[in-house]
Design a protein around this ligand. Structure first.
Ligand code: FES
Length: 105
């Protein structure tokens, strides 16, 4: 069952910020992409390394380990969309100023 988990005040996550988070047993990465909140798995689907130090540019994040790039809109591997798995994305919402992420309980 999917549950909305509070992450904190939305205003605490400024544009351009990246935060590694642990929610239950999940390692997540929160990105404020010019005011749009994006939460993805903090585990790169290529070889399982953390994405949190990846460079974010033009709506994509580049893994700092082997350079795979993932679209933050779709999660797809931007370089090999048909051959490599996407990074997992999680829904977000802001309720009464509180940023929330939806994960499976
Ligand atoms: S672990 Fe991310 S590209 Fe290899």
């Amino acid at each position: 069952m999917a549950t909305w988990i509070p992450l904190g005040k939305a205003t605490d996550f400024s544009p351009g910020a990246q935060f590694g988070l642990t929610v239950g047993d999940k390692a997540l990465l929160l990105i404020n992409l010019d005011g749009q909140f994006v939460v993805i798995s903090n585990v790169c689907p290529h070889a399982g390394m953390p994405l949190e130090d990846g460079e974010v540019r033009h709506g994509r994040i580049t893994c700092p380990y082997h350079g795979y790039t993932f679209c933050l809109d779709t999660g797809r591997n931007a370089d090999f969309p048909n051959d490599e798995p996407p990074v997992r994305k999680y829904p977000t919402r802001v309720e009464n100023g509180e940023l929330q992420v939806q994960v499976e309980a």
